[in-house]
Design a protein around this ligand. Sequence first.
Ligand SMILES: [Fe+2]
Ligand SMILES: [Zn+2]
Length: 397
Amino acid sequence: MPSARNSIRSAAIENGLLTAIWEDGHQSRFHPIWLRHQCWCPECGTPETGVRSIRLHHIDEGISIESAAVEGNSVQVIWPDGHRSEYAARWLRNHCYSDAERARRRVQPVLWDSTLRTDLPVGSLAEAEADPAARLKILEKVRDYGFCKIVDAPAGKAESQRMIRLAGAQRQTHYGTYTLKKKATVTNVGDTTGPLDPHVDEPYRYAAIGITVFQVLRPSSNGGASTLVDGFEAVRRLKQQWPEDFSLLCNTPVTCQRFDPGDNSHGNMRWYKSHLPVIRLDDRGEVCGVRMNERQISPLDVPGDQVVPVYRALKRLFELLYSDDLRLTLDLKAGEGLLFDNQRLLHGRTGFAPETPPRAVLTSSVDLDDFHSSMRLLQRELDPDAMHLVLQQGMAG
Ligand SMILES: [Fe+2]
Ligand SMILES: [Zn+2]
């Protein structure tokens, strides 16, 4: 039995629109051109796979519906040229574009500060491998909190793919699967031993890393704890306290760059440079991505009268980002790991003294869209209404 929200009570044409009334009382209104364009018949094809022969120039904007009727739990539509379309009720409800349904489909991030330490999002790799529902729970935590701690990550490098596969297909970067540890030539601060302020990785790329996968192979015995900060909460505070600085950072591009002589990437010399705002808003004006790495800010290329205001805004934002009030410190042990959204969270590290054998943390990444793809595929089996939720697209919002 479909739920009340996915059951159609009636369908009729009102003021030229298909009006569906649902068993939970909700009403949806669909424009004829929207319905005609999304026809799923064998002749038209399907927007889900993109294999479709229907073309917009075949459809008049003012197209009308000849007739519509509920049959079973779907709506049958006949068009003036005799073409027939069928829309499953559940599909229609999950694509209803009323204000209420569009708002419902938006996933709201759970913003947090340092008090989250008493109630960390945590998951088990072994449970996730045995049970897709447990894996989905982990991915939903990453979606909602921006991270999830994994309590039973493998302590060996050979099994790194298990942690990566939890989130999705690995993104191959010039680093490959990189082990952060002290090295003879250091051109990556992750290989140093001093404390690292919270930062986003690789904001110098147009598409920064999406999900970062940390796997602790060997922790330091005297520090080197991971720190996390919710960039969305920091930006919310900035907007509340300094609204003009907030809008400046939403609209002003800041240059970030990274010259890599090849030590970090198996001899692959690289020079990346991006010119993008540090805060990204989605179509509703909600924050959907942050990219802030103080060390990588390159010469500002903005109108002269904006130089001081932009620096002031950056200083205020970094003050929030670096405050104890926002920072979580996670003393991860060997065989623990983290999945985190690098387009929302900033991460850092406390300092430590070098020792032998050295602290080693494996870092890999999965693009945000591949992480979302993994979640959708699990929802398709376990929670089909959820696979239509609109996910935040990070810096690509
Ligand atoms: Fe980093
Ligand atoms: Zn069709």
